[in-house]
Ligand binder design. Structure first.
Ligand SMILES: Cc1ncc(COP(=O)(O)O)c(C=O)c1O
Length: 376
């Protein structure tokens, strides 16, 4: 018997593989410092939890509309207009079980066999997998020096259909410059391309201002804005994300979603409304904590003479270890019980770089820095 070939084009997520190796060592009793996780280490704010419990108690336990409950669609559209300058209305929004499914759905709904999709190298692991499963071709574009720009204009050809931008970026932690965003806009309009703008880390920025591509002149009609609740409100396990786009794209995504996941859990959507409409002080506190951790690591890396991309947002630092990243990570895990993610998981050009996530306590970060100094 043989399974479908569409799954054979992708490998299990490399980031998950390293975390499961780390978990196995921890289970064996080793004191593992896990710097590979991609989720905030805070508990979801209580008022959001309470809203989910209230919805459950009120019997909000049945199917919802495929695109999501009207209250949540309205709250998201309002947020996009007010905070991001994106002219979205409720009809331009679809909620999904995590931003990841919104991305999968958008790519499945827009990319045909043979279409080329531009990915900045390095990029978050699942974009490539989604494009490949859709039958598309990934065109990797390495960053220019300093990581805040990339020569995408050299890689666009008649087959190019989409550019994916993720600012702040996972795994780089960079926030792209205004000039770069403008270049993406000009190119997308000139060559009639879609842009998928993954803004999941928009609130976690230490330096610089977040720019939403769909807010730039002429971009709303060609941009799929992706966002969610996982990182901003520490809600990874709740599985709630969304896409905003022109109505015709949302209609296609609604069709795909109606025959697959239907919609995110009913009571989770009510929690989403509470997250968007409630007290936002949690977000500020979380960002300040991330900033302190980032400063702590950056200081030590500089002392050790390790090169890294400018950490301006998200909760990752991408650093050059000047040797094969896979080997480095395996050896570091085996010898010092520290889990990092090899740069090779995120693209082609940065095989001597590794990603570290500082979504862990300052005590554990201090321990990591100690072990790093010993190891190198
Ligand atoms: C860049 C990026 N986009 C999307 C996601 C998926 O987020 P969600 O938990 O909402 O599916 C992640 C999660 O790691 C991410 O890093």
């Amino acid at each position: 018997m043989r399974g479908a070939s569409r799954v054979e084009v992708v490998q299990p997520s490399a980031t998950l593989r390293i975390s499961s190796m780390a978990k196995k060592l921890a289970k064996e009793g080793k004191d593992v410092v896990d710097m590979s996780v991609g989720e905030p280490d805070f508990v979801t704010p209580q008022h959001i939890v309470d809203a989910a419990i209230k919805a459950l108690k009120e019997g909000k336990v049945f199917y919802t509309p495929t695109r999501g409950i009207p209250e949540l669609l309205d709250a998201i559209a309002e947020k996009l207009r007010k905070e991001n300058g994106i002219p979205a209305e409720s009809k331009n929004v679809i909620v999904a079980a995590g931003a990841k499914f919104a991305i999968f759905n958008a790519i499945m709904s827009l990319i045909d066999s043979g279409d080329e999709v531009i990915l900045l190298d390095p990029s978050w692991v699942s974009y490539e997998a989604c494009v490949l499963m859709a039958g598309g071709k990934v065109v990797w574009v390495p960053h220019s020096e300093g990581f805040e720009d990339a020569p995408i204009e050299d890689y666009v050809n008649p087959k190019t259909k989409m550019i994916i931008v993720n600012s702040p970026s996972n795994p780089l932690g960079v926030v792209y410059s205004k000039e770069f965003m403008k270049k993406v806009r000009d190119l997308a309009i000139d060559k009639n391309l879609f842009v998928l703008s993954d803004e999941i880390y928009e609130k976690i920025i230490f330096d610089g201002k977040h720019i939403s591509l769909a807010a730039l002149d002429g971009m709303f009609e060609r941009t799929i804005t992706i966002n969610g609740f996982s990182k901003t409100y520490s809600m990874t396990g709740w599985r709630l994300g969304y896409a905003a786009a022109p109505e015709w794209i949302i209609e296609r995504m609604e069709r795909l979603q109606s025959h697959s996941i239907s919609h995110p859990s009913s009571f989770v959507q009510y929690a989403g409304v509470a997250a968007l409409k409630g007290d936002q002080s949690f977000v500020m506190k979380m960002v300040e904590e991330f900033r302190a951790r980032k400063d702590m690591i950056a200081k030590k890396l500089k002392e050790l003479g390790i090169e890294f991309a400018p950490p301006k947002g998200a909760f990752y630092i991408f650093m050059n270890v000047n040797r094969d990243s896979q080997e480095f990570c395996e050896e570091f895990l085996k010898k010092e019980y520290v889990a990092l993610t090899p740069g090779s998981a995120f693209g082609k050009a940065y095989s001597t770089w590794v990603r570290l996530s500082y979504a862990t306590s300052r005590e554990r970060i201090a321990e990591f820095l100690k072990r790093l100094e010993i190891f190198i």
